[in-house]
Design a protein around this ligand. Structure first.
Ligand code: 5AD
Ligand code: SF4
Length: 456
């Protein structure tokens, strides 16, 4: 009997290594994949060499992101050879957007890969792994199945920690001319409110205090409400705010054209909704915005932000920018710099345009040389950094509420986030991990704040 039990636990104790690149949606998807597989006897390991199953959850938003995946695959191949020599098996799976975009082509380039699974099929992982094992041949699954992957997943068993992601929407119908997302994540799909609320309540019951609702076009969420009527995104936010132990709600990524008045209104009066909005502008030039197919002009973006700030002057703003889009002149770029100056972002990300195969912008005339992209990126990043420093500076000496959701290197050091999304390093007893505490800010740097826990 004892012997049997040992054999059983060995059979079921398989090791899983997951590496994740890219956006928060991938972080969420990886957690769910781990969830599914832990129910099938896998436990997580940080070491790919000892893993029976390695999953790379990949990103191909820019060329650099997909290059990283291919160099990691090169390293993994060596681990797999070593393991094979030692008589051990290893399944290598590529998931996410590179898998979706490359499909079977990936196997031709990387024949030691066993499983290629797109962004919509990870709920089928256990059966796909069984198929690889049974037939000793690779499996590719990159279709967009009719069943909803969220619905098809078992209820998660993860305790996700004080701050957790919750995917409420996936895919995008906007077809910005530079972007692969509509192809790799498919058409927009919004999860019904009941599903979202159930998952939120489970996470909160496991200790989560802050939820970040995720979606490629999150504020376009519109789906069936708990009363059977169609709800707009703002109604979902109100329903989530009614969960008593949930203290903070965030959402990303928003599209400027879906920043509706009801959403602006709820930012004015719902205290659980954090005063921070990531609203990518991408460019400040109307010519470039039109070529990008963003669906708004510079003034519309500015006006939406003005309306938001009028209702809630405390809002901190964030954005994404692309420099060196095909045809971008010095004057166009100057418009982007001017927009950044006019708005005064609390933080922002900027990227060099990367032509992605299959997107219209990759074939546009007026592709710019690398050196111009580099110069513009540097200038924009310097400007953004100075704004970030200016946003943070007045926080020195203030007492602010911080959700402590990370551990520092030393005992007594914790990390957290302010309501405005600033990273905060805090001197506080470890027992306070997971709580929202008051912190007296001693120093305000460009990228983070530092302070001490204060009572009261
Ligand atoms: N090149 C450069 N940046 C891109 N992004 C999306 N596609 C590209 C591309 N082809 C940026 C956008 C988006 C962010 C997630 O990545 O700014 O908001
Ligand atoms: Fe890509 Fe545009 Fe959709 Fe954002 S809105 S995911 S940039 S296509």
């Amino acid at each position: 009997m004892r012997h049997n039990m040992d054999t059983m636990s060995k059979e079921h104790d398989r090791k899983l290594h997951i590496r994740t690149w890219g956006c928060q949606m991938n972080v969420y998807d990886s957690a769910r994949m781990a969830d599914v597989l832990c129910r099938h006897g896998y436990s997580l390991t940080d070491n790919p060499a000892e893993a029976d199953l390695v999953i790379l959850n990949t990103c191909n938003i820019r060329e650099k992101a997909s290059e990283k995946v291919f160099s990691e695959l090169g390293r993994l191949r060596r681990h797999k050879i070593e393991r094979t020599k030692a008589g051990l098996k290893q399944i290598i799976a590529v998931a996410g957007c590179v898998a979706q975009a490359e499909g079977g082509e990936l196997l031709r380039r990387m024949p030691f890969v066993d499983l290629v699974l797109g962004t919509q099929t990870y709920h089928r992982l256990p059966e796909m792994i069984a198929e690889v094992e049974a037939h000793a041949r690779p499996v590719v699954s990159t279709d967009f199945p009719v069943e909803d992957k969220f619905d098809a997943l078992p209820e998660e068993n993860r305790a996700a920690g004080p701050s957790a992601f919750l995917a409420i929407q996936e895919g995008c119908n906007n077809f910005c001319t530079y972007c692969v997302v509509p192809y790799t994540r498919g058409a927009e799909y919004a999860r019904p409110a009941l599903q979202v609320l159930k998952e939120a309540k489970r996470l909160v019951a496991s200790g989560t205090r802050e939820l970040t609702l995720l979606g490629q076009n999150v504020n376009a969420w519109r789906a069936e409400g708990t009363d059977g009527a169609e709800w707009p995104f703002s109604r979902l936010l109100s329903a989530l705010a009614e969960i008593p132990e949930l203290e903070r709600i965030r959402y990303m990524t928003s599209h400027p054209t879906s920043l509706t008045d009801d959403l602006i209104e709820i930012h004015a009066h719902e205290p659980k909704l954090m005063p921070f909005l990531h609203l990518p502008a991408q460019s400040g030039s109307d010519t470039i915005l039109a070529a990008m197919n963003r669906g708004y002009a510079r003034t519309q973006y500015m006006e939406a932000i003005l309306r938001l700030r009028e209702k809630n002057p405390d809002m901190a703003l964030s954005s994404d920018f692309i420099v060196g889009f095909p045809g971008e002149t010095d004057a166009d770029f100057e418009q982007t710099m001017a927009l950044v100056r006019d708005i005064g972002y609390a933080q922002a990300y900027s990227f060099k345009f990367s032509p992605r195969p299959g997107t219209p912008a990759a074939l546009m005339e007026g592709q710019l040389p690398e050196n111009i992209k580099d110069e513009r990126l540097q200038a924009l990043q310097e400007l953004i950094t100075s704004h970030q420093a200016a946003f943070n500076a007045p926080f020195a000496g203030r007492i602010i509420p911080v959700l402590l959701d990370g551990h520092g290197n030393q005992p007594g050091q914790l990390h957290g986030r302010s309501p405005w999304m600033q990273a905060v390093h805090v001197e506080a007893p470890d027992s306070l991990f997971g709580n929202i505490v008051n912190v007296l800010v001693a120093r305000a740097g460009r990228n983070s704040l530092t302070g001490t826990f204060v009572k009261g």
